[in-house]
Design a protein around this ligand. Structure first.
Ligand code: NAD
Length: 249
């Protein structure tokens, strides 16, 4: 009878990188990771960290980077790896694009597709050289990938997020040989700046869920931390639907 192998080291204690971690869901992941991770490197567009991020201090490092600028991502991952091989990555960076397919401009559609899909491609490529042999990478899709929009963002947004799910599967296959896991969370409407605070919108979106409420950023962050952890060591290429049942219609 074979002996039970030991649990792998808990990846949540390794250096972590959160791309788009200056606000919303990404910030909540940083807040949780900062408790246990050796360091958390946050990559985002603004010159300075948000007040919420700055308040975390200590093990959190803020670096300006753009998911559409591969060189900036490579510099950020190299800086993160100064604390040791990067064990955990979350790509939260994204933009919504409300409006119907026939109304949105080609420029706006291209920007949404580039940031949401190419941003994840660029991050995976930039991260590759800095990852620990058993690292866990989590990408961010959306329930809109299944519904084609209608919750947060329209058809183009939905298409960009469907692409992220496909990318998760392909990257999982390609990186498995190095021991790296790649998974994805697909949030439903979540109470961040992306949804806003219009009570009418929140009520309408809440009614589309089975649980009759929007997700809090902590609902999504809990799944990201799970996917990072050794508890998810046999999960790769998976998408966790964190949407209160809204994908069931
Ligand atoms: N809030 C929702 O209802 C919801 C639902 C499903 C999926 N999502 C997804 O969750 C992720 C996080 O969104 P959020 O709700 O926290 O919104 P958010 O706007 O608070 O966070 C998005 C972050 O991405 C950053 N970002 C945007 N473009 C970037 C770029 N070019 N380079 C680097 N960073 C960039 C922003 O500065 C911001 O900090 C996004 O991918 C979004 O599509 C959100």
């Amino acid at each position: 009878m074979s002996s039970t192998p030991p649990n792998p080291p808990d990846l949540v204690s390794r250096p972590a990188v959160v791309v788009g971690g200056n606000s919303g869901i990404g910030l909540e992941v940083v807040r949780r990771a900062a408790v246990t991770a050796a360091s958390v490197t946050v990559v985002d567009l603004p010159d300075r960290p948000s007040a919420g991020l700055a308040a975390l201090g200590g093990r959190v490092r803020y670096l300006r980077g753009d998911v559409l600028d591969p060189g900036s991502l490579e510099r950020c991952f190299a800086a993160a790896a100064e604390d040791g091989p990067v064990g955990s990555v979350f790509v939260s960076a994204g933009v919504t694009l409300p409006g119907s397919l026939l109304d949105v401009s080609a420029e706006a559609a291209q920007r949404c597709l580039l940031i949401n899909l190419m941003g994840s491609v660029n991050t995976l490529k930039a991260a590759a050289g800095s990852l620990a042999p058993d690292a866990s990478v989590v990408l961010c899709a959306s329930v809109a990938a299944y519904t084609g929009g209608g919750y947060v963002g329209g058809s183009v947004y939905g298409a960009s997020k469907a692409g992220v799910i496909g990318l998760t599967r392909g990257a999982a296959r390609e990186l498995a040989g190095r021991g790296v896991r790649v998974n994805c969370v697909a949030p439903g409407a979540t109470t961040t700046g992306m949804v806003g605070d219009d009570p009418g919108v929140i009520e309408r979106l809440s009614a589309k869920t089975l649980l009759n409420r929007l997700a809090a950023p902590s609902d999504i962050a809990a799944s990201v931390l799970f996917l990072w952890s050794s508890a998810a060591s046999y999960l790769t290429g998976a998408t966790i639907d964190v949407n209160g049942g809204s994908h069931l219609g």
